[in-house]
Ligand binder design. Structure first.
Ligand code: NAD
Length: 350
């Protein structure tokens, strides 16, 4: 079978991870990446023999830095079946007319407005809805974390309402110009924050309200989630529902000592995970508090990597490579070794 030709436009935090994940898929071929600056990431991609494309006006800049480009972004689009747009928030909208011109399907990221695409995407929630669509938006890291949790629990017992507080990392580790560096900043001061609104681009009828603050850390986000179900739940029900999902790692802080985002990242380093990535959603088992129909828990989201498996599944949905989510999720998880975090650190109850 011919492999699907995938291009990646934008090669930063998300683009480089998605590009490497594409290279591991049996049914996809990375035909190249596009970038506007010939920085260290471009140099490394060049040394990895990934074809590099750029806009016409930047070709000289790349060649001055010793990087021979494979062509312009238009050349790349001409060859691609699908492009993953991982340019900075808002820039994807500027590229959409070009994708339309070359008749190439496109995935956008969570920094774009929802109306850029035919649908917003999460593998556990609405794969079927996105089958064979032309433009899909893979929701942001926080929304992906919330949706993974909610769609895993909603199939078990219908959710009546959700209230969640998002404690956001201030910046990615490489972003040395962002803050705050000594403050806790409501994001925004008004309620609700946009995260719940974004969840509703996938789960349209859900009653959800979120609030958010930004704190001075670069490692991960943390969510405190309060869910009310239609019917009573037990701790065992929650644990069973979440244990059924490979992309969710239930971690017991007391037994493992993994009681902070710093320790999650250290555990990922110990696992030898590239860039200390944690594409799994981490749910602290000890935090699960159940009272009748109400559940409160805490979870952590690695913003740099959680959307990578979703991007791979979204490519399969849009290209019709796998007709059901289970088939795509199985291949993605196997190739990206998702599930190892919980195999190593989830301790079965004796
Ligand atoms: P980034 O700044 O790390 O990377 C953007 C890349 O695009 C860089 O390589 C930059 O050189 C390149 N670029 C800039 N302008 C360009 C242009 N005009 N044409 C082509 N390439 C251009 O950004 P990121 O953090 O990877 O974010 C990308 C998207 O993913 C955004 O929509 C963002 O909201 C979303 N997202 C980010 C995170 C995160 O935590 N970083 C998590 C989930 C989703």
């Amino acid at each position: 079978m011919r492999k699907i030709k995938v291009a990646v436009n934008g090669y930063g935090t998300i683009g480089k991870r998605v590009a490497e994940a594409i290279m591991l898929q049996p049914d996809m071929e990375l035909i190249g990446i596009a970038k506007t600056r010939p920085d260290y990431a471009a140099l490394l991609a060049y040394r990895m023999k990934i074809p590099i494309y750029t806009s016409r006006e930047h070709v000289k800049l790349f060649e001055n830095n010793g990087i021979s480009v494979a062509g312009t972004i238009e050349d790349m689009l001409r060859e691609a079946d699908i492009v993953v747009d991982a340019t900075p928030a808002g820039i994807g909208a500027k590229y959409k007319p070009l994708y339309e011109k070359y008749g190439v399907k496109a995935l956008f990221q969570g920094g774009e407005k929802p109306d850029i695409a035919d649908a917003s995407f999460n593998s556990y929630c609405n794969y079927d809805e996105c089958l064979d669509k032309k433009y899909i938006r893979v929701v942001s890291c926080n929304t992906t974390g919330l949706l993974r949790l909610l769609c895993s629990l909603n199939t078990y017992n219908k959710i009546r309402r959700v209230r969640a507080t998002i404690v956001r990392r201030a910046a990615d580790p490489k972003e040395d110009k962002k803050g705050p560096i000594n403050s806790i900043k409501p994001n925004p001061v008004t309620v609700p924050s946009h995260h719940g609104v974004d969840v509703k681009t996938v789960l349209r009828d859900l009653n959800i309200v979120t609030t958010a603050v930004i704190v001075p850390t670069t490692l991960m986000h943390l969510h405190i989630v309060n869910i009310e179900f239609e019917n009573p739940m037990t701790r065992g029900d929650i644990i069973n529902a979440l244990s059924a999902r490979r992309r969710i790692a239930l971690v017991n802080a007391e037994l493992t000592g993994i009681d902070s985002t710093a320790k999650i990242i250290e555990a990922a380093r110990d696992l030898g995970r590239k860039r200390s990535d944690v594409p799994e959603l981490i749910v602290w088992e000890d935090s699960i508090h159940v009272s009748g129909n109400e559940v409160i828990l805490m979870q952590a989201v690695h913003q740099e990597s959680i959307v990578v498996p979703e991007n791979i599944d979204a490519i399969r949905a849009v290209m019709g490579l796998a007709k059901n989510p289970e088939e795509s999720i199985r291949i993605t998880d196997q190739t990206l070794k998702i599930g190892i975090f919980r195999e190593m650190f989830s301790i079965p109850k004796s």
